[in-house]
Design a protein around this ligand. Structure first.
Ligand SMILES: Nc1ncnc2c1ncn2[C@@H]1O[C@H](COP(=O)(O)OP(=O)(O)OP(=O)(O)O)[C@@H](O)[C@H]1O
Length: 422
């Protein structure tokens, strides 16, 4: 049973056109390349390869034209020749030239920061640039600072992963050797100091990695950012650009943001390239509810896999055998409750041991590589567990882990959002 239903049809895609498609979760559509060439966000399809699309919105683009065979009924499907792919390819050429130059001069390649408001196609552009770089023989690092989505592991993280092969259309970015820091919340406004701290930790490790391998260094990075581009969100963007030493900033679909960033960044470092790009008309706008649903799907995929091919293990343990810590000093007193003139002071990076397991129910806990609690915010995480049940009478918690057996670390970081897996 593949859930595709519907008949089979052949479709001709003219040169530089794209076929835009939306397939809801729980449904599948199969697409096969019969003739010519086509790609999905820069990942080329092989002739005869059968792509399964489910719970996705995407575009099949062809530079030279192609024939596709479709089985199943997408919820929405249309073709368009109004795509920014030509401009995206030109940007790739600029980045490629910078990589060649960097390799020759044993220097840093382009660190390309993609910014823009929500739903302008930032993640899709990152995939296109990563895939084009891989097709040219480079091994760029993908850095995801959009903690709302968690495309590398789960929502609530800043993370990075090397991309050495084209990104799988179904499985997404590779997750074999990710570098992950957990903030535990899908929005940086909950604890901006923590977000900045984790970005700084990530930057340090990525700098060290780049120094150790000239090819990695010249390949550079492609960085995805969150869509919060005003007020504090804007300050966090600038902090990330500076901390991760980004030398190319691509502003998608927002003229105002482009001129503001270009002025601010050029003032602080004149050799940064700040470029503007149009939003693709194909990008689908997602509601708040859809984003929350996508977060849950992301967590499910982490444990069960995109095709439900993984077998996570449910285990029960005594809560006092786990050392779970929470970041931040808890809710601040409202200013109205403080003496006149006093401000509420709390350490946003303070760690405190969680003593009531009930508050962890349905949340994700990060299993840290840290050898001691003081290093919990400095060391990356090994993976995640999901708290399925808490038995206060017995003092036990039941959790879902990617595999059975002992956890890879004794120290855990609590998350603040509930995933409510079925
Ligand atoms: N040309 C296109 N045709 C059809 N769907 C597209 C196209 N480009 C992007 N999409 C889809 O639109 C949705 C939003 O795109 P994307 O995730 O790239 O935007 P974003 O700016 O990164 O969003 P966010 O605000 O969540 O960071 C995704 O489901 C993506 O697959």
């Amino acid at each position: 049973m593949d859930g595709s239903g519907g008949g089979t049809q052949q479709l001709r895609l003219e040169p530089q056109h794209e076929l835009r498609m939306e397939v809801d979760w729980g449904k599948t559509v199969h697409v096969q390349l019969v003739e010519g060439e086509a790609e999905v966000f820069g990942t080329s399809l092989d002739l005869g390869e059968r792509l399964t699309i489910g719970g996705q919105k995407l575009a099949l683009f062809s530079w030279q034209g192609c024939t596709l065979q479709l089985q199943g009924e997408p919820d929405l499907m249309y073709t368009s020749d109004e795509t920014p792919m030509g401009q995206y390819a030109s940007i790739h050429d600029v980045l490629d030239a910078r990589r060649q130059e960097a390799l020759k001069g044993k220097a840093e390649g382009p660190r390309t920061f993609v910014v823009g408001p929500t739903d302008v196609g930032k993640s899709s552009l990152c995939k296109i640039l990563l895939n084009y770089a891989v097709r040219g023989g480079w091994a760029p690092t993908f850095v995801d600072l959009d903690i709302g989505q968690g495309s590398i592991t789960v929502p609530g993280c800043v993370a990075a992963t090397p991309v050495e092969a084209p990104i799988d259309v179904e499985d997404g970015v590779p997750t074999d050797t990710p570098l992950v820091y957990y903030s535990g919340t899908p929005t940086p406004s909950d604890n901006p100091a923590l977000y900045k701290h984790l970005v700084e930790r990530l930057a340090n490790v990525l700098d060290a990695r780049a120094q150790s391998d000239p090819q990695v260094r010249a390949s550079g990075m492609v960085l995805n950012s969150m869509g919060w581009v005003v007020e504090l969100g804007y300050e966090l963007l600038k902090h990330a650009v500076e901390t991760l030493k980004c030398n190319v900033v691509l502003v998608v679909g927002d003229e105002r943001l482009y001129s503001q960033l270009a002025a601010d960044l050029r003032r602080s470092s004149p050799n940064k390239q700040v470029l503007k790009l149009p939003r693709s008309g194909g990008v689908v706008v997602r509601s708040r509810e859809l984003r929350a649903a996508a977060r849950k799907v992301r967590v499910e995929e982490y444990f069960y896999g995109y095709r439900k091919e993984l077998s996570p293990a449910s285990q029960t343990t005594r809560f006092d055998e786990l050392q779970v810590f929470r970041v931040g000093s808890g809710p601040r007193a409202p200013s109205s409750a403080l003496p006149i003139g006093a401000t509420s002071v709390s350490d946003p990076l303070k760690l405190s041991r969680v003593t009531n397991p009930q508050e962890l129910l349905y949340t994700l806990l990060a299993v840290s590589h840290a050898p001691q609690p003081e290093l919990l915010l400095s060391v990356n995480v090994a993976g995640f567990i999901y708290v399925q049940d808490v038995d206060l009478a017995k003092g036990t918690i039941t959790y879902l882990a990617p595999c059975a057996g002992a956890l890879p670390g004794q120290l855990l970081l609590a998350g603040a959002f509930k995933a409510y897996l079925d």
